[in-house]
Design a protein around this ligand. Structure first.
Ligand SMILES: Nc1nc2c(ncn2[C@@H]2O[C@H](COP(=O)(O)OP(=O)(O)O)[C@@H](O)[C@H]2O)c(=O)[nH]1
Ligand SMILES: [Mg+2]
Ligand SMILES: [Zn+2]
Length: 207
């Protein structure tokens, strides 16, 4: 989950969560929250690179109930975890799905709440028959973890067709190497600049 506003989520954090899920082989739905606080055009600008990458993206609001029926369709019959930074609206969505859960919802605007997480333990809740959700503590940062640098690019779904075609060098890490298929796709606008930026930043943390 990533909020469109208050706080506006950075693409890097979103991409990091997506990479971790991809690495674990977990199907992901990107849920953009607080749709009521931004224009439709802005929400689309945020969603577009992820849709192009092949992710299912939902724009939601618990205030206007936008996108919530689509979310229910995605969650029904599944065991799902709500993952995202503190304050994006995870507990609010759990409460909407399952009012009996009565999770505490934080007010991100209150100064004393900064740096503290309202949700401190993960809880698995059966909100509908055979449909489970885990509300998780807000993760502002995910700890660095071990990953083969060569594998990272494969965890960006829109890079994969290019990787299959191959770059000039078999060990290409898609940074400054000549005849790099990924870099060419970025230059042609086929891969979003922000996504490539996240790739480079994650790669640096692995080297
Ligand atoms: N405007 C707006 N505020 C929301 C929405 N969803 C959650 N919030 C607010 O965002 C803040 C953080 O929500 P919370 O559910 O505690 O986030 P969590 O830390 O991810 O569990 C609270 O003040 C909520 O009322 C939404 O769709 N629209
Ligand atoms: Mg919470
Ligand atoms: Zn390359």
């Amino acid at each position: 989950m990533a909020s469109l506003a208050e706080p506006r989520c950075t693409p890097f954090l979103t991409d990091r969560f997506l990479v971790i899920a991809e690495d674990a082989g977990i199907r992901t739905v990107l849920v953009l929250t607080k749709r009521d606080l931004v224009s439709e055009a802005y929400a689309e600008t945020v969603a577009a690179p992820y849709r192009r990458a092949g992710y299912r993206v939902l724009s939601t609001s618990v205030l206007t109930q936008d996108g919530l029926e689509d979310l229910v369709q995605e969650l029904r019959g599944e065991i799902a975890a709500f993952i995202g930074s503190s304050g994006v609206g995870k507990s609010s969505l759990v409460n909407w799905l399952c009012p009996l859960a009565r999770l505490r919802v934080g007010d991100v605007n209150r100064a004393q709440d900064r740096g503290r997480h309202t949700t401190t333990v993960g809880r698995l809740i059966e909100w509908s028959e055979s449909s489970w959700i885990a509300d998780t503590p807000g993760l502002r940062e995910v700890d660095a973890y071990d990953l083969d640098p060569q594998r990272l690019a494969w965890l960006f779904p829109e890079f994969r067709p290019l990787l299959q075609r191959g770059c000039r060098f078999s060990g290409c890490l898609h940074r400054i190497e000549p005849d790099c298929a990924v870099r060419e796709a970025v230059q042609q606008g086929e891969i979003a600049g922000d996504r490539y930026g996240s790739y480079l930043r994650l790669l640096r943390s692995l080297l």
